[in-house]
Design a protein around this ligand. Sequence first.
Ligand SMILES: [Zn+2]
Length: 208
Amino acid sequence: MIFHSVPKAVQVLFPNRKWSGDPSGNKVYLTFDDGPVPGVTTYVLEQLKIRNQKATFFMVGDNVRKHPELARAVLADGHLIGNHTYHHLKGFKTSKEEYYRDFQKSEDIFREVLGIESRLFRPPYGSLTMAQSSPIRRSHQIIMWDVLSGDYHPKADPEKILFETKKRTKAGSIIVFHDQQKTADMLPKILPQFLDFLLEKEFKTSLL
Ligand SMILES: [Zn+2]
């Protein structure tokens, strides 16, 4: 069972987190979590580039340290980079002090390697306590999602994933994909088709 969308009841519990954008226009927000990972992120960049689409990449700090050139390539293509912690931490298993240190470590590597400070944060697994979020919110907007592609279920049927993701995408949607090893085989089966669908429906991919 794959949950492709977040119930409104859950969204209203966390009003300080952004779940979707402006529903009145034609903008949608593509997001890619967990990279940069050689091969996978490279593939995503190619697919976005040939269709002139923009996305926000929530990067794991340790992956930026390992693959700085790939993180720079994401920026050079005009995409946005957000913080996804340094070690891909689980909020409910981490103290608030450790969580904040790890978050800042990502900002340090962004500054060092990319010369930027990010302004967006997405908690890994969507797991973040109130105590963990409050210091982060001083500098960052917390970005959740309303459409989960389910790309990280390697045994799932790509047709079904594509169908469910298209069905839930509407103006203002924040859509989650992952550029990591686990999605390397799935992405070529769903991402080009999904990007073509956005073009066909005249959705405009926008930066958060
Ligand atoms: Zn993640």
